[in-house]
Design a protein around this ligand. Sequence first.
Ligand code: RP5
Length: 157
Amino acid sequence: MKVSVIMGSKSDYKIMKLCEKTLKKLNVPFETKIISAHRTPKRMYEYALKVEKNNIGVIIAGAGGSAHLPGMISALTSVPVLGVPIESKKLKGLDSLLSIAQMPKGIPVGTLAIGEDGAINAALLASSIIGNNNSKIKNKLKSWRSSQTKSVKKKPK
Ligand code: RP5
């Protein structure tokens, strides 16, 4: 199964490319697409209908402002959707965060932190989900975590 990384605009890619970078490190197969809920609604609908057929196990959706893409995708498929709030110019991403996190009950979106941290953690979480049925990815994630632990020094000097 692969991860599908989608985003509302090309301008989101500077953040969403961190998802790609993290998934590559963990040898998780992925695809990347630009899909806008309001500018390309037909593309969004057609994409969502083919999610299961395309062997997608997790969707990571990055969006900024009135960030409805993750919620709309989650409404159209039962495959888990992780939302990455992109920092917006006017409200610094608080609008994106609340739009993604405050989904009314019934249609969930797993929401990560705003920006870089959220993009990296979304990829790690997606890898954990895929890793439940893929021991190679699970082990890769375990060794990635272990080297992260080893990289933390005991003293500042
Ligand atoms: C959202 O609007 C996108 O996810 C992006 O974060 C934001 C701004 O888009 P652009 O005006 O940069 O294309 O749909």
